[in-house]
Design a protein around this ligand. Structure first.
Ligand code: ZN
Ligand code: ZN
Length: 410
């Protein structure tokens, strides 16, 4: 995409010139540095979208520079490509350990660099699943494949320093461990769909919340009876848990929202109420022309497509909100038969979700909030059926099941 800025750091002027020309032809702005002296201040001042860093410069250790960029007080969160004439596997591993996203072997054709840059800068949003199970964590051997932690999804948006988190189920603990190595100064938005147990129980175990210097904004649907702090600290009252919220060392802020549009860390989030007991929200991230939707705990009218007037009317607002989404993560806890026995519990049959995604011309659907009774074998068979149903919809919809640890880059 034209107009994005690439910072090139290399002591070889010829390489700088050739790279700069090729990137300029592809529509990118470039900044060139011949050593690492001004790197931190240049990054802070000009906020490049991507950095290409030579790791062997006279008097400069590029790997240390890379590590500094990733762990400073204001860590750089954009992609870093390291270029090196040393092609040893150990060097590549080291580069990745200090936070490089890719390794470019020297000498390289300028077009190869342009392709790598383009690949990074067009893949703007990363979505990682830390918890995908509904209702209660499952720790059995039969569910370990898809995962037993309750809902937690992490979003990273290229060029945006803050992390975004949808829900704080038990998967949030793992997410917290994954950022343990980062220095202080983690900033994040923890956006709750609602406050049922399975969406909040990871919060007391979220390590970064105990670290001074970190900053989190807790976002969620306003409740009629208590504010967000009261709602979230309730589960940490001494009768339930030994540590109170007052022991969180991070700075916490609260943002009670309803339906509408809100900007979090410079990124647009739209919200819509879901069909679920109490107040619950569906989130839509809109960024760089892409839409990612998190619609957990939502009960669609059963067989809505064939059920006639009212049901279709009820799903119209979802059709509009989900329209042409690049990724829809949607509750699909039940089979149609199970839903018959659990009407009003706030969850959908997977068949109705696939039909809705197809009707809304969603590109990619991920079924989420798996029932605690659904084993890996059962979910595998459900996936085959869901793929078939999506394929026979006559749209380009692809369908998947959420699996703990999965990463989707859009
Ligand atoms: Zn739930
Ligand atoms: Zn719920």
């Amino acid at each position: 995409m034209a107009g994005e800025t690439v910072l090139l750091v290399d002591d070889d002027r010829l390489i700088l010139q050739v790279s700069q020309d090729a990137l300029a032809r592809a529509g990118y702005k470039t900044i060139c540095l011949e050593n690492g002296d001004q790197l931190a201040s240049t990054v802070a001042a000009l906020l490049p979208d991507l950095i290409v860093l030579d790791i062997m410069m006279p008097g400069t250790d590029g790997l240390s520079l890379c590590r500094k960029l990733r762990t400073g007080a204001e860590p750089y969160r954009g992609p870093i490509i390291v270029a090196s004439a040393k092609h040893y596997r150990a060097d590549k591993l080291l580069a990745s350990e200090v936070g490089a996203n890719a390794f470019l072997e020297k000498p390289f054709e300028p077009e190869r660099l342009v392709n790598m840059v383009r690949e990074f800068l067009t893949r703007k949003i990363s979505v990682r699943f830390w918890g995908v199970r509904g209702s209660i964590p499952t720790a059995s051997r039969e569910t370990v494949g898809y995962g037993g932690n309750t809902p937690c999804v992490e979003l990273q948006v290229a060029g945006v320093e803050s992390i975004f988190i949808w829900d704080g189920g038990t998967g949030l603990r793992e997410l917290g461990r994954s950022i343990r190595g980062r220095k202080e100064g983690v900033r994040g938005y923890l956006c709750f769909s609602h406050f049922h147990w399975d969406h909040i129980q990871g919060l007391p175990f979220f390590e970064p919340a105990y670290v001074a210097g970190n900053e989190f904004t807790l976002v969620g649907p306003a409740q009629p009876t208590a504010d967000l702090l009261q709602v979230l600290s309730g589960q940490m009252a001494s009768v339930y848990f030994p540590v109170g919220v007052e022991q969180f060392g991070a700075r916490l802020m609260f943002d009670e929202i309803g339906e509408g549009t809100t900007m979090l860390g410079g990124v647009q989030f739209d919200t819509l109420s879901s069909f679920h007991p109490g107040r619950a929200l569906i989130y839509r991230l809109v960024h760089g022309g892409k839409r990612v939707i998190y619609a957990t705990d939502n009960e669609l009218p059963p067989h809505w497509m064939n059920a006639g007037g009212t049901a279709v009317h009820e799903v119209e607002r979802f059709l509009r909100f989900f329209a042409e989404a690049d990724l829809l993560i949607h509750d699909a806890q039940y089979t149609p038969e199970e839903l018959e026995r659990r009407r009003g519990w706030g969850h959908s049959a997977w068949t109705d979700v696939v039909d809705l995604a197809a009707a809304a011309k969603v590109k990619r659907l991920v079924l989420f909030h798996h029932d605690p009774d659904h084993s890996d074998a059962f979910l595998d068979s459900l996936l085959v059926l869901a793929e078939k149903r999506a394929a026979s919809s006559g749209t380009a919809l692809t369908c998947d099941l959420a699996r703990e640890g999965d990463l989707i880059v859009l």
